[in-house]
Design a protein around this ligand. Structure first.
Ligand code: NAD
Length: 431
C-alpha cells in the first residue's frame, strides 16, 4: 500500500491506464519501484567532527535502458520523494523515447550550511556509498535542485577513481572540461521554451500581450524566464526560496541573471540584497506569485506548490510545469474544472534529460557536438513529442497530463511485454 507523494503521482498512472491496452503484468510492474537504496554517508566536517548524512538512490524501472536521474540536495529529501522523482523520470524518458529507464537520488541536508570542502567530501562519499549500484550501463546521475556542474564533476571523478578508469558516462551535467555537453546548462529551460512555442501559438497568444510569472529562479527557472523575456513575453514576476519580485510592466530578467552570476553561490538573493533595487518592483511571497492574475504561470522550484488548498485561487490561464510535481492530483481536478490548461512536468521539463542523453552519447562515442547541433536535436525531439501529446489529448478528449502518460505508457508497455514477466527473477534484488 503506497501513500504520500508517490501514491499521489501514481494516481496519474491509474487515470491514463484506462486509455491504453497495456497488459496487466506491465501495469502492475510499473506501480512499484524496482530498487530503493538508502545509505549513510559519514563526512568529516571542517571543525573535525563527524556528521552522518542520509542519502538515497532509487531505480524505478530499467526496462527501456539504464536508469537515469538527477541527485537532489535539500532538507526535505525523503525516500518517498526520491521514489516519486524516479517514477516521473521513468515516464519522462519513455515520453521522449530516450533509451533510459527512470532513477533519482538525493541527500537530506541544507547544502547552504556546508563549506565547499564539506560539500565535496559529501558528494564523493555519496558515490562511495552507491558505487555498486550505478554506472554508464546501469544508472546514470545528473544535477537537480541544489546540485550543479561542479558537484557532477566531483561525482564523476570519484566514480572513475573507484573504477580505476575514466568513466564520464556515469554522470551527465558535468563541466565541459570533464566531458560535459554544450547546452546542458540551459537545456531544461530551453526545452520548456520549445514546448511553450509549440503550444501557445495554437491559442493565438501574442507574446507582447502575454504576462508570465516564474516561481524558482535556478538552473531551470532563470533560463525559461530569460528566453521568454527575450521573445517579447512580459515576465512580470520571479521568485526564489526567499520570496519574489513583481512589476506590472515586466522585469529586466537579464539584469537579474547577471546580478546572480556576479554574486556566485547557491544562496538566494531576493530581498536581502541589492537585486531588490533593480527596477521598480514590489516584493511578493511565493504564495502570492502563484496566485497572480497572469496568462502563464511557470512553477520551476519544488513539488506540491499548487494543492487543493490554493488551486481555487489560481488565476493563470496556462500552467507549464518546469518543476517536477508542482501540482498535486487533487489540485489537478480543481484546475481542470476552472478551465486552466496544465502542461505536465514529464513533457515540459524533459529538455534536461534529453540533453543528458546527448551528453551520454557523446561520452560513449568520443565525438563532441556544437551547441547549435545539441539545441537543434533537442528542439526537434521536444516539439515532435509535444505535438504528439497534443494530438492524443485532442483525440481522446483528455488533459495534456493524461495524454502525456498515455503516450509514455504505450512505449513502456511495449517494452515490458517484449521482455516478459521474468517470473523466475527475485523481485527487488540487483543483477
Ligand atoms: P536549482 O537548485 O537550480 O533552483 C531551484 C530554485 O528554486 C532556486 O531559485 C531556489 O531558490 C528556488 N526554491 C527553493 N525552494 C523554494 C521554495 N520553497 N519556494 C520557491 N522557490 C524555491 O534547481 P533546478 O535544477 O532549477 O530545479 C528546479 C525544478 O526543476 C526542480 O523541481 C527540478 O526537479 C526540476 N528539473 C530540473 C532539471 C535540471 O536539469 N536542472 C531538469 C528537470 C526538472
Amino acid at each position: 500500500m503506497m501513500n504520500g507523494l508517490l501514491a499521489d503521482a501514481s494516481t496519474r498512472l491509474e487515470k491514463a491506464l484506462k486509455y491504453t491496452s497495456i497488459s496487466e503484468d506491465a501495469s502492475e510492474r510499473l506501480k512499484h519501484p524496482k530498487t530503493s537504496l538508502s545509505v549513510s554517508i559519514p563526512v568529516r566536517m571542517d571543525d573535525g567532527s563527524l556528521r552522518i548524512f542520509q542519502g538515497y538512490r532509487v531505480r524505478y524501472d530499467d526496462t527501456r535502458g539504464p536508469g537515469k536521474g538527477g541527485v537532489r540536495y535539500h532538507p526535505n529529501v525523503t525516500m518517498d520523494e526520491v521514489q516519486s522523482l524516479a517514477f516521473w523520470m521513468t515516464f519522462k524518458c519513455a515520453l521522449l523515447n530516450l533509451p533510459f529507464g527512470g532513477a533519482k537520488g538525493g541527500i537530506t541536508l541544507n547544502p547552504k550550511e556546508l563549506s565547499k570542502q564539506e560539500l565535496e567530501r559529501l558528494s564523493r562519499g555519496y558515490i562511495e556509498a552507491i558505487a555498486d549500484f550505478i554506472g554508464p550501463d546501469i544508472d546514470i546521475l545528473a544535477p537537480d535542485v541544489y546540485t550543479n556542474q561542479m558537484i557532477m564533476g566531483w561525482m564523476m571523478d570519484q566514480y572513475s577513481i573507484i573504477q580505476r578508469k575514466i568513466t564520464p558516462g556515469v554522470v551527465t551535467g558535468k563541466p565541459l572540461t570533464m566531458g560535459g555537453s554544450q547546452g546542458r546548462d540551459t537545456a531544461t529551460g530551453t526545452g520548456a521554451y520549445y514546448v511553450i512555442q509549440t503550444i501557445l501559438p495554437k491559442f493565438e497568444l501574442i507574446p507582447e500581450k502575454t504576462t508570465v510569472a516564474v516561481q524558482g529562479f535556478g538552473k531551470a527557472g532563470a533560463v525559461i524566464a530569460e528566453l521568454l523575456a527575450k521573445s517579447g513575453y512580459k515576465v512580470v514576476a520571479v521568485s526564489d526560496s526567499k520570496g519574489g519580485i513583481y512589476t506590472e510592466n515586466g522585469l529586466d530578467i537579464l539584469s537579474i541573471r547577471n546580478y546572480k552570476k556576479e554574486h556566485r553561490g547557491i544562496t538566494a538573493i531576493y530581498c536581502e540584497d541589492t537585486v531588490c533595487d533593480i527596477g521598480d518592483h514590489e516584493s511578493i511571497t511565493n504564495e502570492q506569485l502563484l496566485e497572480l492574475d497572469v496568462d502563464v504561470l511557470i512553477p520551476a522550484a519544488l513539488e506540491n506548490q499548487i494543492t487543493a488548498d490554493n488551486a481555487n485561487n489560481i488565476k493563470a490561464k496556462f500552467i507549464f510545469e518546469v518543476a517536477n510535481g508542482p501540482i498535486t492530483s487533487a489540485a489537478d481536478s480543481i484546475l481542470e474544472e476552472k478551465g486552466i490548461y496544465v502542461f505536465p512536468d514529464i513533457l515540459v521539463n524533459a529538455g534536461g534529460v534529453t540533453v543528458s542523453y546527448f551528453e551520454w552519447v557523446q561520452n560513449r562515442s568520443g565525438l563532441y557536438w556544437t551547441r547549435t547541433e545539441v539545441n537543434e536535436r533537442m528542439k526537434d525531439k521536444m516539439m515532435t513529442e509535444a505535438e504528439q501529446v497534443w494530438a492524443i489529448a485532442q483525440q481522446d478528449g483528455v488533459s495534456m497530463r493524461t495524454a502525456a502518460y498515455i503516450h509514455a505508457l504505450n512505449r513502456l508497455g511495449d517494452a515490458l511485454d517484449a521482455k516478459g514477466t521474468r517470473d523466475y527473477y527475485v523481485n527487488g534484488s540487483l543483477h
